[in-house]
Write a new protein. Structure first.
Length: 79
């Protein structure tokens, strides 16, 4: 059993216990997992990258082509 697991892992090093179990259908998946753990053949799970929507510089003010004055002279009064 251990030789078969080692042979499969040698050909496919990124296989976890589920895929190894799929190659050995007559063996219980828990037994495959336990043997892989004792042999030190467990695959490390990849950490997913943190999702972000940032795409570069933000907050760039557009140039004032119209030269309009939006300052208020008093509260709720347009200039």
């Amino acid at each position: 059993m251990k030789k078969a697991i080692k042979r499969i892992k040698a050909n496919h090093p990124d296989y976890g216990y589920r895929r190894v179990h799929a190659c050995l259908p007559d063996v219980n998946h828990k037994k495959v997992q336990r043997l892989m753990q004792t042999l030190g053949l467990q695959v490390r799970s990849r950490k997913s990258k943190k999702f972000t929507t940032y795409r570069g510089t933000i907050g760039v003010i557009a140039p004032n082509h119209l030269e309009r004055d939006f300052s208020a002279t008093a509260r709720n009064k347009n200039g």
